[in-house]
Design a protein around this ligand. Structure first.
Ligand SMILES: Nc1ncnc2c1ncn2[C@@H]1O[C@H](COP(=O)(O)OP(=O)(O)OP(=O)(O)O)[C@@H](O)[C@H]1O
Ligand SMILES: [Mg+2]
Length: 266
């Protein structure tokens, strides 16, 4: 199995002082979906930004370790270079251009792919997301949360990525819509052969579509394994899937409370 992406002992510091990633290592297998899970503040978004080159705009810096994409170190490269290499990050919170129409937003994603492929790529996106086609002329800011997430993913597809970095696509969406989005992510992975690194707090939804999963806490990976094993793991069931030992579902607050206290490693 080839690993398209390898992070090795990565350290990231913000503002020259705050150490957020503390020796993080993970790998993403070619053509597969890999999930990166963890609670608020674990460093998931920071990890994706370290790959895509977006750290610098936030005064973050890789101070140790390496990010290897197809064996080449990419840490510290400007984001445009990384995008041109085929790596595209869909940021947390659906960063779309609200004042542009749906189709204009999609056109923005197309800047790195050949102009001749524009129409075919647009058709492809509309094939995955018929709702975007229906609303192609509408201002993106008036779309629902779920539709905006579809648009953010659609824009990424326009760039024909080889490695797609998705930051919490389920955030703030109703369960049915979460299912729909994840099904489409899976379809894109299978039909386009796009490798996906999927960051999520919704561990169950992510592990259902991923092949392999990593769990991070406090800037480090604390557990990893095949997704189906993680889904069966009692600790993960309790702390990330909201299932108690008796099978009773814990309240979100309770789980949050445990999440804060629980440490996978001493
Ligand atoms: N631009 C920044 N400057 C300084 N500190 C930052 C910056 N961005 C993130 N951090 C800090 O780094 C830590 C990890 O943040 P990050 O956004 O990577 O976590 P996350 O796992 O994505 O969390 P969430 O699930 O809430 O999105 C947090 O403590 C956060 O406060
Ligand atoms: Mg985040």
């Amino acid at each position: 199995m080839t690993h398209v992406l390898k992070l090795e002992n990565l350290e990231v510091v913000y503002n020259d002082v705050v150490l957020v990633l503390k020796g993080l290592s993970l790998a993403a297998a070619e053509g597969r979906i890999t999930a990166l899970l963890g609670a608020n503040g674990a460093g998931k978004s920071t990890t994706l930004k370290a790959i895509s080159g977006l750290l610098e705009s936030e005064d973050g810096e890789v101070t140790a370790g390496s990010v290897l994409y197809r064996g080449r170190p990419v840490q510290g490269l400007p984001p445009e270079r990384v995008v041109r290499m085929g790596v595209f990050q869909v940021m947390e919170g659906r960063r779309i251009f609200e004042d542009l129409s749906v189709e204009e937003n999609l056109r923005c994603g197309a800047f790195v792919s050949p102009r001749a492929e524009y129409a075919a790529n647009l058709d492809k996106v509309y094939g995955y997301f018929p709702r975007l086609k229906e609303r192609r002329g509408q201002l993106a800011g008036y779309m629902s949360g779920g539709e905006q997430q579809m648009l953010a993913i659609g824009r990424a597809i326009m760039a024909k990525p080889k490695l797609l970095l998705l930051d919490e696509p389920s955030l703030g969406l109703a369960p049915l819509l979460v299912e729909e989005i994840f099904e489409i992510v899976q379809m894109i992975n299978q039909k386009e052969g796009v490798t996906v690194l999927l960051v999520e707090q919704n561990a169950r939804a992510a592990l259902n579509v991923a092949e392999h999963g990593y769990i991070m806490e406090n800037g480090r990976i604390v557990m990893e394994g095949p997704a189906r094993d993680l889904l069966q793991n009692p600790d993960i069931q309790e702390f990330y899937l909201g299932m108690g030992h008796a099978g009773a579902k814990k309240s979100y607050r309770e789980v949050k409370h445990y999440r804060r206290r629980k440490r996978w490693l001493g």
